[in-house]
Design a protein around this ligand. Structure first.
Ligand code: NIG
Ligand code: FE
Length: 408
């Protein structure tokens, strides 16, 4: 009997990113892909395609199909902007100096507290759309510009609402331990009490977060304070991620690895010991070249060491108003190669397979494989190397979110 399917794509090359298929991209040339119920049900060489009666057929015209891109670290729901701080930094002030003078994250906290939920939504939507226009089908969004219960909830609810109204999957992360709010000046441990005793339990009760994050740095929280946040997240059954070793080595990455964190992010200053701990725990290294570039950082993360140790490397925008106001994951792929020494195939793995792992979602997406969600992008290119090489003109011919065409 002929099998029916919702959608059949033929005359296409698939960069599956599936590590069980040989080659850097796990490529299947002249492939066919069948989709039913939002999932890939068959993928392989077209010649081997079993008899199939599709409701809809698509001629891929010899283009390349990749997994939908995943931006696994963003702060895209926030009020205001920090253009004046950009000018100050160009004039020679450092990110830390701006932060210590009450600017930086705290400046965005003031604008985010003052914004209504509607205003936050309206400001965030174009940022999300810019990512989606590049083939992004999953976006993680953090809170962390509220630093009080109501505003943290407002940010997370706004993130969830963006997901309900767009053909994209939004995962949310509570980053209440992002900076010390002014009302707790000089009392960081008491603020951590608030995070652990009120904010995280309320967020968990409303099921508003898929993970918990924290900023472990001299301008934010200590390793001991972050350990308390990790312990609290564990009690609430929420996985953790850590902003670690961005400006200096603190020991945060090793602490995160000991706690089996999903990811440690930034990590310009990690050491060999930290890399070994991450390899042991399977913690993903999330590289954020846009923040490195914007802050004119000079120390690069130890990519060769991470590669040699078998640590998965994800790439993300870090989209935020301070260290990376850049809504382009494709540009991050290019920067990951040019600034950090990734190969183009590592860059694509970084925004697909490894980004899914950084979110704890590798069972459902990040590669093209039967059984996984049909989040896919069709690209008018001759080779997947072009995705990291070209910026600006190469756009998706078509994106699919759970098997449905986006914007079609
Ligand atoms: O990932 N490092 C901390 N948080 C953000 C920056 C936030 C901001 O400057 O507003 C980051 O770089
Ligand atoms: Fe960040």
């Amino acid at each position: 009997m002929t099998e029916r399917c919702d959608l059949l794509i033929t005359n296409v090359h698939a960069a599956t990113m599936d590590p069980s298929i040989p080659g850097a991209y796990g490529a299947v040339e002249d492939a066919a892909v069948a989709v039913t119920g939002g999932k890939i049900v068959w993928l392989g060489p077209r010649k081997e395609l079993p008899d199939c009666a599709p409701d809809e057929s698509l001629d891929g015209e010899g283009q390349w199909l990749t997994p939908g891109l995943i931006d696994c670290h963003t702060h895209l729901v926030y009020g205001g902007h920090r253009a004046s701080e950009f000018a100050r930094r160009l004039g020679g002030e450092s990110y830390e100096e701006v932060a210590r003078s009450g600017g930086g994250i705290l400046s965005t906290v003031r604008s985010t507290r003052a914004a209504s939920a509607e205003q936050l939504y309206a400001a965030a939507e174009p940022r999300l759309r810019a990512l989606m226009a590049e083939g992004v089908t999953t976006v993680e969004i953090k809170s962390g510009y509220g630093l009080d219960l109501d505003t943290e909830l407002k940010q997370l609810r706004t993130a969830r609402r963006l997901g309900r109204h767009h053909p994209v999957d939004i995962t949310t992360t509570c980053l209440a331990a992002h900076a010390l709010p002014p009302e707790y000046d000089g009392r960081p441990d008491e603020y951590i009490d608030l995070v652990c005793e009120e904010i995280l339990p309320a967020v968990a009760r409303e099921q508003l977060a898929d993970a918990v994050d924290m900023f472990c740095e001299s301008i934010a929280f200590s390793v001991e304070q972050c350990q308390r946040v990790i312990d609290c997240a564990k009690k609430l059954d929420l996985p953790v991620k850590v902003h670690a070793e961005q400006l200096a080595r603190t020991g945060a990455a090793a602490m995160a690895a000991r706690a089996s964190a999903l990811s440690v992010d930034h990590i310009e200053y990690i050491t060999d010991v930290d890399v070994a701990a991450m390899a042991e725990s399977g913690t993903v290294a999330v590289l954020l070249p846009g923040a490195f570039y914007t802050l004119r950082e000079t120390r690069v993360p130890p990519v060769q060491k991470l590669r040699a140790s078998g640590v998965s490397m994800a790439l993300s925008t870090d989209l935020n108003p301070g260290s990376c106001p850049i809504a382009s994951l494709r540009l991050m792929m290019n920067m990951g190669c040019n600034l950090f020494g990734l190969t183009p195939a590592e860059a694509l793995a970084g925004v697909t397979r490894s980004a899914a792992r950084a979110l704890g979602l590798c069972c459902s997406r990040g590669v093209l494989r039967p059984g996984l969600r049909a989040d896919m992008v069709l690209w008018p290119m001759d080779t997947p190397d072009q995705l990291a090489y070209e910026v600006g003109a190469l756009k998706p011919a078509q994106s699919f979110f759970a098997g449905k065409t986006v914007g079609g």
